[in-house]
Every structure is written in C-alpha cells, then in structure tokens.
Design a protein around this ligand. Structure first.
Ligand SMILES: Cc1cc2nc3c(=O)[nH]c(=O)nc-3n(C[C@H](O)[C@H](O)[C@H](O)COP(=O)(O)OP(=O)(O)OC[C@H]3O[C@@H](n4cnc5c(N)ncnc54)[C@H](O)[C@@H]3O)c2cc1C
Length: 406
C-alpha cells in the first residue's frame, strides 16, 4: 500500500508562508498534503506601503488574492485565523475547523503592540501607521491634508522595542523630498524620534558606514533627530517622551513594537515572553520537533543592550531565506540528507529616500560580518520598484528566487 502523504500545515500566507509552501511543493510533490491557513486572504507587498503614503503607488495593486496561485500548485488555502495550537495532539484550530498535522510551520508574523504606549496607533489612537493598506491610505489622506495647509509639524518615529524601523526612515526622507520639491520645506518642521542608540542602527548594530551615511543625510535634509527616544504617550497633537519632552505634531506616524501571535503566546513553552517562537538553528521549535517557525514569528535576541529597547528586524529577505531553509530541513527530516542552519542569514535592503535611495547588503546580517556593500543612488529606487513587480509575479507564478534588492 502506498504511504499516505504527510500533512504539512502552514499558519500564515505572507513572505514566510507562501515561500515555504512553494519550496515544499517543489521538493516533495504529491508526497505531501499542504495546507496554508491565513488570516489575510491576500498577499500584500508591504515594502511598497510607504510609497502609498506619499501617493506614489495604488494600494490595490500591491495585493494578490492567495487562493488561485496556491490552488494552481495543489496547495489548499484556508482563509481563517489560527486560534489555538495543541502541540501534544499535533493540531491547529480555527474558529470552526481543526487541522491535524505531521509538521506545522508557523509563519504568522506578529501583532502590532500599540497598547504598549497609550494613544499610539491609528484610531482610537492619534498616530498613523504603515502595516496594512488601510493604514497607509489613512496616513496618505491625513498627510495630504497637512501638506496642503502650507505649514506644519511632522514627527515620524518608532516606539520602544520596535524592530521594523526602516520604513520610518523612508517615510521621513520621502516627506522631506516632497516638501523640498514643492519649495515648502522651509514652512515645515520635520523630526525623527527613534529608540535606536544612533541613526542607522536598525536593530542590527548598524551596517558598516551606514550610520554615518544616515547622520549626514539627516543633516543635509535638516531633519531634527533624537536617538534613545522613549515615547511613553501619544496625545492628539503631541508625543510625550520619558524625559518629559513633548513633540507637537500636525501629522505623526510611529512604528509600534511587535508581539507574537496570540495562539503562539498561549501555547506553553513555545515562545519567548514577547511571543516569538524559540527555535533551533534548523528552525524547529526548541520544545516541539515537528513545529517550525520562519520570519517575523521567530525569536532572535537583540544584538546587544541598548538604553531603550530595539529589536532585530526580520526583514522580507531574511524571512524568505528562513522559509526555504525550514522547507529544506523538513524535506531532510522526511527523506534524509543534511540540514542547513536557518539562522545563518545574509540580508539585502533598499531604503528609498524619495529623490535617492540606499542599498545595502550584509553577510551575515548580524555582526561581526564577512562582507558589507552599501551604495547610494537614484538607480536603487528603480531597482526597488522592479523588485516589487518581480515579487508580485513570484507570488502568482512561483518564479525562481532573485535577490537583486529590497
Ligand atoms: C511598511 C513596511 C515596509 C517594509 N519594507 C521592507 C523592505 O524594504 N525590505 C524587507 O526586506 N522587508 C521589509 N519589510 C518587512 C517585511 O514585510 C517582513 O519581513 C515580512 O512581511 C515578514 O513576513 P512574515 O511572513 O514573517 O510575516 P507577515 O508578513 O507579517 O505575515 C504574517 C501572515 O500570517 C497571517 N496570520 C497572522 N496571524 C495569523 C493566525 N493567527 N492564523 C493564520 N494566519 C495568521 C497574516 O494574515 C499574514 O498572512 C517591510 C514591512 C513593512 C510593514
């Protein structure tokens, strides 16, 4: 009798979940029964959301419904939220269904921890955000209103413990670019508040000369910055810091800290206190061998102590590498071979500044490093845009992996 296919369930349908599903299907064909359960029925290319805020991209064009691309590869797609994980029974549960598994891959990213800072976040809070297309569209409309007033105060920043700080850099530089090209920059104050100990730290201790590059860039653009900033409260027109200083704004966008998914936090022994899955270098849980995690869901300790907490960013590029490494290790588990270290990652990023962009790659991603490349130029903006087009096509058609930029 033919053995029945292994059941692999993937929680999350984004950079981690889709890439893991495609890699497993390619490697194992009909030997696995693959199911992706995702709270969002669409894939969103998050790196382009800052462009939506500036009105440069249409949010609807950054989304792809997941059902068809996955179905084409024989991957079952379930639109739903995993509410419970029972690792002893090897089963995840949504509100109305149960999914038993032989192997589970957790790729459910994070929750946005607005509650950690009173008043933070879009309604009912007072600051804008960039983590969903709705957030970006709301921020776009509010920013357009403030810019049309002809003068005002703009404060962009990140909350204590934030990890995904890169988009805040992009947004503040892009707003500066728009104001300068409209000859209105002199009528606006533009400030940047970050928990990082220095500009360009990014939760990874900086990359080569990048921190100096960022300090120069902010100086040239007259962007007032405060590092080690600990935002403790947001009010309708100001941010309050732990040192008592108040930063008044007409428009503010603040990146929140992340918390792991509720079903991960609720599962005993699976995660660190913030709810991120503690994994071995093979990306399976330190507690449950048949539970893997990839991307934002993975616990990666900070590179070192900082006066205000800053977390390691688990970027799209890192997430994709983890997804492929986890898939490889699952295949090895089933068929034999040599496992890979899924935490030995290199990273490539492009941060858009509006009139120029910054490209960097670091190998490995966390210090000390063997190789660093950084470059600045308009060409990197076009590369980022080209990468968006490629990536959306990749999600639709499972294209070969390309790494020319983020
Ligand atoms: C504005 C912005 C700009 C960025 N720019 C860059 C960039 O330039 N370069 C770069 O490398 N990275 C960038 N990133 C980071 C990149 O988007 C993330 O690294 C990537 O999205 C992480 O993928 P993930 O699959 O781990 O998690 P996520 O993308 O967060 O996806 C989580 C998935 O899980 C689903 N889910 C959540 N909870 C559940 C549940 N309980 N049950 C089932 N499904 C669930 C969600 O619906 C979603 O499909 C940016 C992010 C943002 C927000």
């Amino acid at each position: 009798m033919k053995p029945s296919p292994k059941r692999i369930v993937i929680a999350g349908g984004s950079f981690g979940g889709v890439n893991a599903a495609y890699a497993l299907r390619r490697a194992l064909g009909a030997e696995v029964d693959l199911t992706v359960v995702s709270k969002d029925a669409e894939f969103t290319f998050f790196p382009s959301l800052p462009w939506v805020i500036l009105g440069w991209r249409d949010a609807a064009r950054l989304k792809i419904p997941l059902d068809k691309p996955l179905a084409r590869r024989g991957i079952r797609f379930v639109s739903g939220e995993v509410r419970e994980l029972d690792p002893e029974a090897s089963e995840v549960r949504t509100e109305d269904a149960r999914f038993p598994y032989d192997v589970l891959v957790i790729a459910s990213g994070a929750e946005l921890d607005y509650a950690a800072v009173p008043g933070l976040g879009p309604q009912p809070g007072y600051t804008h955000s960039t983590f969903t297309t709705d957030d970006a569209v709301r921020a776009r409309d509010a920013l357009a209103r403030v810019l049309s007033q002809g003068q005002g105060r703009i404060v962009i920043g990140a909350a204590p413990g934030a990890s995904c700080i890169g988009p805040a850099y992009e947004i503040v530089m892009m707003i500066d670019t728009v104001l300068r090209s409209a000859r209105k920059r002199h009528r606006f104050s533009v400030a940047f508040l970050t928990p990082e100990p220095f500009l360009g730290h990014f939760g990874i201790g900086g990359v080569g000369m990048f921190p100096r590059l960022m300090a120069d860039e902010f100086a040239e653009r007259d962007i007032e910055s405060m590092t080690n900033a600990k935002i403790v409260e947001a009010r309708p027109d100001r941010l309050i810091l732990s040192d008592g200083s108040e930063w008044r704004f007409d428009f503010s966008l603040v990146i929140p800290a992340f918390l792991g998914s509720p079903f991960v936090r609720a599962c005993d022994g699976l995660a660190n206190p913030k709810g991120f899955v503690t994994v071995t270098p093979h990306l399976n849980s330190t507690r449950y061998d048949n539970v893997y995690a990839v991307g934002v869901a993975v616990a990666i300790p900070p590179v070192g102590p900082t006066p205000v907490p800053v977390a390691v960013p688990k970027t799209g590029h890192l997430t994709e590498q983890m997804a492929r490494a986890a898939a490889h290790n699952i295949v090895v588990e089933l068929k034999g071979g040599t496992k890979v270290d899924g935490l030995n990652l290199s990273g490539t990023c492009i941060a858009d500044g509006g009139d120029t962009a910054f490209y960097f790659s670091a190998e490995p991603f966390l210090p000390p490093r063997n190789k660093i490349v950084h470059k600045k130029g308009k060409w990197a903006r076009y590369l980022k845009l080209a990468f968006e087009k490629y990536y959306l096509a990749h999600i639709r058609y499972d294209l070969p992996v390309l790494h020319f930029g983020w």
